[in-house]
Design a binder for this molecule. Structure first.
Ligand SMILES: [Cu+2]
Length: 508
């Protein structure tokens, strides 16, 4: 054999070996990226129920809560102590509860060694009370926002919102529910005994590195952190005994990047009764419910005596191309919570056929249309800047916001202060779970959504509200913008020193 031939032969086999190695490594990555806990959970931990927050009523009728952010420790697994953060406890926070019309004040004390904020997700309130990145609470300081609850009964939540650090603060355990009640929904025959037949479910994904939380992102993960298992209310592998024929589950996706498609292991239908901002007009019988980070839903599940069923998260088919499906969670599945029905169940009334009239605009009075193009690098081509007001909205008006994702990866869209109506998804009327009042919507790649929003709150030209992707890794990296609500004809002030006099508009 000539020298040239020998060199060619050797380099050929080296190349073949290299190609095989690369293909093998890719196959390994591809296979190991598919995460599932279906059939693997032992369900041997009783589900913890967050305590209802204590409160007192001031002389002027204000309900006052105390929340203290603080570091803590928790044994998620016996014998392994994990460093955590929590409100009034080691991990997560108590459930706050208030009535429509009530004045509330929350004294938020920051017992951490770094600044943070507490945002009231889904709450209609003045911008200064919102707890966004402009209301930082220094380490050791106390912040006491107050407002009057002026919206329908709903499952809201609270969590930190410090610009650039929200993902980390939520991952360490800072999140809790804020349930609102109103007389109209109190009269409905829905399950209402907290922790008994009306059960809060804070769903989060988590990974551990020994005893510690592991918040690392895997290769090719462009949505942010994705955990290898789920926990509910901070309980791993949870079960809950049920003694009533019907239970209401208040589902909150408090994960930082993961989207779930909930259903039951036997594919039973359940009644969707509420979305982010409160009750639907009438229940919808569905078998799957997709919730992206920050979204909530209230469902009513009918149980048979003595049975067990598992709340599961199924693979999703609208998550993007095969690459996105595989590496960013779309193919993943989880056994989330086992429900164990007692042999004898207390009878429950059937789910009411009519639930109420959602207080969201239908868009017919809209005076303005705005466009929001979602990209990981920023919204409408700009990354978040604390001193730039992006949009100026006139108080007391309705607007149509068109939100578009052509970015290849999934995003979602959350607007502070308001509950909106989804008018259209890719030109068509929305289905089931998008028909109720919403403050956060999943916007997968290739989706254009039309939303109707009404801005009824007090004007404050100096303090912006946020709109952003609620995949917290994206939000932290700049997928956020700011709007102020002003009286008719007024300009933005305050943080908008470098404001755009002509709010940026996209024409499509
Ligand atoms: Cu995003």
């Amino acid at each position: 054999m000539s020298r040239t031939k020998r060199v060619l032969l050797i380099s050929g086999s080296v190349l073949t070996a290299l190609a095989l190695l690369v293909a093998g490594a890719f196959l390994w990555l591809w296979t190991s990226a598919d995460v599932t806990t279906v059939g693997k959970e032992s369900f041997d931990n009783e589900l913890a129920i967050p305590p209802l927050a204590e409160s007192r009523v001031d002389k002027d009728g204000t309900r006052v809560f105390d929340l203290r952010m603080r570091p803590g420790h928790k044994e998620f697994v016996d014998g392994r102590t994990t460093d955590t953060w929590g409100f009034n406890g080691d991990h997560l926070g108590p459930t706050l509860r208030a009535q429509r019309g009530e004045k509330v004040r929350v004294r938020v004390h920051n017992g951490l060694d770094e600044a943070s904020t507490v945002h009231w997700h889904g709450m209609h309130l003045p911008a200064k009370m919102d707890g966004g990145p402009h209301q930082m609470v220094a380490a050791g300081a106390t912040w006491s926002p107050h407002w009057t609850v002026d919206q329908p009964a709903a499952t809201l939540w609270y969590h930190p919102h410090p610009h650039g650090a929200t993902e980390r603060h939520v991952q360490r355990g800072l999140a809790g529910m804020f349930i609102l009640d109103d007389p109209a929904s109190d009269r409905l025959a829905l399950p209402t005994r907290y922790g008994i037949d009306d059960i809060p479910l804070i769903v989060q994904d988590v990974s551990f590195d020994g005893a510690a939380f592991d918040h690392g992102r895997g290769p090719m993960q462009n949505v942010g952190f994705l955990g290898e298992r789920t926990m509910v209310n901070g309980t791993l592998s949870p079960y809950r005994k049920v003694a009533d024929e019907r239970v209401r589950l208040r589902l909150l996706n408090a994960s930082t990047a993961r989207t779930y498609a909930f259903g039951f292991s036997d594919d039973r239908a359940f009644d969707l009764v509420g979305t982010d901002g409160g009750l639907l007009e009438r229940p919808a019988a569905i078998e799957r419910l997709q919730l992206s980070p920050g979204e909530r839903a209230e469902i009513v599940v009918t149980m048979r005596p003595g049975e067990r069923t598992v709340l599961r998260s199924y693979p999703q088919d609208n998550y993007g191309d095969a690459w996105q499906q595989r590496f960013n969670g779309g193919d993943d599945s989880f056994d989330v919570l086992q429900l164990r029905a007692a042999d004898r169940l207390r009878p429950s009334p059937g789910t009411p056929a009519e639930l109420g009239t959602p207080e969201v605009p239908d868009g017919t009075e809209a005076v303005k249309t705005r466009h929001f193009d979602l990209k990981r690098s920023g919204i409408n081509g700009r990354a978040m800047a604390m001193d730039r007001v992006d949009e100026i909205v006139t108080r007391g008006t309705t607007e149509i916001w068109t939100v578009r994702n052509t970015n290849g990866m999934p995003h979602n869209f959350h607007v502070h202060d308001v509950q909106f109506r989804v008018l259209e998804v890719n030109g068509e009327a929305p289905s089931g779970a998008l028909r109720g009042p919403k403050d956060t919507v999943f916007v997968p790649n290739g989706t254009t959504m039309k939303l109707a929003l009404r801005f009824d709150g007090p004007a404050d030209p100096n303090t912006p509200y946020m709109y952003h992707c609620h995949l917290l890794y994206h939000e932290d990296r700049g997928m956020m913008g700011q709007f102020v609500v002003v009286e008719n004809g007024r300009q933005a002030g305050g943080p908008g020193r470098h404001q755009h006099q002509h709010p940026h508009q996209h024409q499509h």
